[in-house]
Design a protein around this ligand. Structure first.
Ligand code: GDP
Length: 715
């Protein structure tokens, strides 16, 4: 079977934004203009296509990344029916709320470009910065859209300056607005020097208008700036330009396309999604400047059989390989596994190899989600995004591939959860339902963890923030009808050591028949980061927060007991030393010990190891660690003093303040434990006019006096 759509005409992109910048509205308009949806569901009515889940509707925020397919043609109505003139958009939805940045990170892996939406009043906001960094890490080409230019206080120039200043000097104006605030009418395209207006109920008709006289000079000035920036990217064009020959429009667009794909230029557009202005021109820009999957570098991975590197090019005749990036339950179709195909093709009804787990799975059906329907497809091709129905063991971040040509793509890295809470099911029946629910939810969301408290038998769930857990608990109750008591959110503390120590553990029992004998000596020290390119030798197990070195010479501890020693250490670490929080960032060096021919056993060595660890931790300056958050608070000037005073009182470190439009922004690092319920405090301190965002920054050592309280409270 042949491709249903040329690869050059596919664009996989996401829309990323600070919450409330207008991502949902922009998505709605895209679906409308691409003809996938005939009625526009306003955000406040909670009818948007990408917001599937009930509580998303209630909260008006988008939590999950659904992928939606639609078709865009920049030509006339007549041509719109002609598929060959269209470009296929696979839009990967990304959430705006700070608690869900993992979702954004995850989607960065599978999108080839992004539209970054800004609020024309606030310009760059904290979440825009975070998302921008993630996009930088993944080298995602970006187009900026300064939205809401109709709002009072909106300013294209100020917002544009904040992009240059806070995100990247490589941003460049492609347009300037015609009018702002209530006078916002349309925009001037600087490349072509054409004015645009948007007519019709939904602004569906894009009308060319003359550039208003009053803006002509300004437009010319910014056009030269733009042309210079473009020709700088290409030596031949630059030389011609210096000789007074401006490249043709087609040439300029081609150079710009290359520069955008290479992350050398970020074009900036403007408009008002709510008032139907500007969105179509951004879609044209997606077609013109964002890459098709064909232009991407080949993906790389590891061959699980040989351990050697492998590469796959974006071509249908290469072996199949894809990344599963999202599990989602669709009310009509059931459990869906969204995947992005990097090479080859996959047919419905066939088998696929999950190289991450090493198991084979049958792909029942393959569907592509459109705004108003689920389209079943027989085959998916390279560069496409679709969802499989019927995969059982495939989780987020697993690689699916051809069994004869296995490859494991790089796994997606997720941030660590910082908040946890206890849940207790009401009845035995609830207990069982809860187990199923939690497994499903944590399969879907890798930043959501479930663990058990061994001593109390309670279940603890951890996540990225209060809201994150609140929503998960909500889903558990609603979708799985689990009745449970839910504790208060708690900080996910950890423990570590600051020093080093030597210790010995002996577990020897002589009681009549067979005794027990385990004896180890270990050195404990802080885990240091690996140097770049450092090789890990065979006798070392190394993970993100733990290292175990087997330095046993001459079999003084027989090889068969070494795994038991490691296990004993790990269990002791999980139990913690000071206050029962898991211990991290420790390097354990097993260098000596002894055994007994008859009495030694795995269990004896495990106990000896955990005794040695306890002893060593006590001598190596154990401390408690707490999550320190990066906090930004935006308030009117007159509240500044109160806010900084209050944050300092919360053990916060004020890192700076700056003007933010009519307001002041305060940057601080504050321990998470001090920040619970802060939104309410902020509201009451600022007559409801303050805004804040917060994200995890690092784990820091808890000061002594507070550590003492924490330890006492855990006794
Ligand atoms: P999201 O949180 O980024 O998805 O933002 P939404 O699309 O939900 O928009 C947040 C709020 O801003 C909603 O009340 C929208 O109606 C409003 N909004 C979105 N775009 C515009 C715009 O261009 N102008 C104005 N004035 N409001 C807008």
């Amino acid at each position: 079977m042949n491709r249903d759509y040329p690869l050059e005409k596919v664009r996989n992109f996401g829309i990323i934004a600070h919450i409330d910048a207008g991502k949902t509205t922009v998505s709605e308009r895209i679906l409308f203009y691409t003809g996938s949806q005939h009625k526009i569901g306003e955000v406040h009515e909670g009818e948007t296509t990408t917001d599937w889940m009930e509580q998303e509707r209630e909260r008006g925020i988008t939590i999950t990344s659904a992928a939606i397919t639609c078709f865009w043609s920049r030509t006339s109505e007549k041509d719109k029916k002609d598929v060959s003139k269209k470009t296929r958009f696979n839009i990967i939805d990304t959430p705006g709320h700070i608690d869900f940045t993992a979702e954004v990170q995850r989607s960065m892996r599978v999108l080839d470009g992004a539209i970054v939406v800004f609020d024309g009043v606030s310009g760059v906001e904290p979440q825009s910065e975070t998302n921008w960094r993630y996009a930088d890490d993944a080298s995602v080409p970006r187009i900026c859209f300064i939205n809401k230019l109709d709002r009072i206080g909106a300013s294209f120039e100020r917002s544009y300056a904040s992009i240059l200043d806070r995100l990247s000097p490589k941003a460049i104006r492609m347009q300037i607005p015609i009018g702002e605030e209530s006078l916002h009418e349309g925009s001037i395209d600087l490349l072509t020097m054409k004015g645009y207006n948007f007519v019709g109920n939904m602004g569906e008709e894009v009308v060319e208008i003359p550039v208003p006289e009053s803006l002509l000079e300004e437009a010319k000035k910014y056009r030269s700036e733009l042309i210079e920036r473009i020709v700088e990217q290409d030596d031949a064009a630059m030389n011609a330009y210096l000789e007074g020959k401006e490249p043709s429009l087609e040439e300029l667009k081609a150079i710009l396309h290359k520069a955008v794909v290479a992350n050398q230029i970020f074009p900036v557009y403007c408009g008002s999604a709510l008032h139907n202005k500007g969105v179509q021109l951004v879609l044209d820009a997606v077609v013109d400047y964002l890459p098709s999957p064909k232009e991407l570098k080949p993906v790389t991975g590891i061959n699980p059989k040989t351990g050697g590197p492998v590469e796959r090019h974006a071509a249908d005749d290469e072996p199949f390989c894809a990344l599963a990036f999202k599990l989602q339950t669709d009310p009509f179709v059931g459990a869906l596994t969204f995947f992005r195909v990097y090479s080859g093709t996959l047919s419905a009804g066939s088998y696929v190899y999950n190289s991450t787990t090493g198991s084979k799975e049958r792909v029942g059906r393959i569907v592509r989600l459109q705004a108003d329907k689920r389209e079943e497809v027989a085959q998916v091709f390279t560069g496409e995004i679709a969802a499989a129905v019927g995969l059982k063991d495939t989780k987020t971040s697993h690689t699916l591939c051809d069994e004869a040509n296995p490859i494991i793509l790089e796994q997606i890295k997720f941030p660590e959860p910082v908040v946890s809470l206890r849940i207790e099911p009401k009845t035995k029946a609830d207990q069982e339902k809860m187990g199923v629910a939690l497994r499903k939810l944590s399969d879907e969301d890798p930043t959501f963890r479930v663990s058990g408290d061994e001593e109390t038998g309670e279940t603890i769930i951890s996540g990225m923030g209060e809201l994150h857990l609140e929503i998960l608990v909500d889903r558990m109750k609603r979708e799985f009808s689990v009745i449970a008591d839910v504790g208060k959110p708690q900080v996910a503390y950890r423990e570590t050591i600051l020093g080093a120590a030597d210790a010995e553990g002996k577990y020897i029992k002589q009681t009549g028949g067979r005794g027990q004998y385990g004896h180890v000596k270990i050195k404990l020290k802080k885990l240091e980061p690996l140097e770049e390119g450092a090789k890990i030798s065979k006798n070392i197990t190394r993970e993100d927060h733990f290292e175990f070195i087997n330095n046993i010479k001459g079999g003084v501890v027989p090889q068969e007991y070494i795994p038991a020693v490691e296990k004993g250490v790990r269990e002791a670490m999980a139990r913690g030393f000071l206050a029962g929080f898991p211990m991290v960032d420790v390097s354990v060096d097993l260098y000596d010990g002894s055994y007994h021919d008859v009495d030694s056993s795995e269990i004896a060595f495990k106990i000896a190891a955990s005794m040695a660890f306890q002893d060593a931790a006590g001598k190596a300056k154990a401390v408690i660690l707490e999550p320190i958050m990066r906090v930004e608070v935006i308030v009117p000037d007159k509240f500044m003093g109160d806010i900084t005073g209050n944050l300092s009182g919360k053990r916060g470190q004020i890192e700076g303040t700056e003007e933010r439009g009519m307001n002041k922004a305060v940057h601080a690092k504050v321990p998470l434990s001090e920040m619970f319920g802060y939104t309410t405090t902020l509201r009451s301190m600022t007559e409801g006019r303050g805004n804040m965002t917060m994200e995890f920054d690092h784990y820091g050592v808890v000061p002594n006096n507070i550590a003492t309280d924490i330890i006492a409270s855990r006794k």
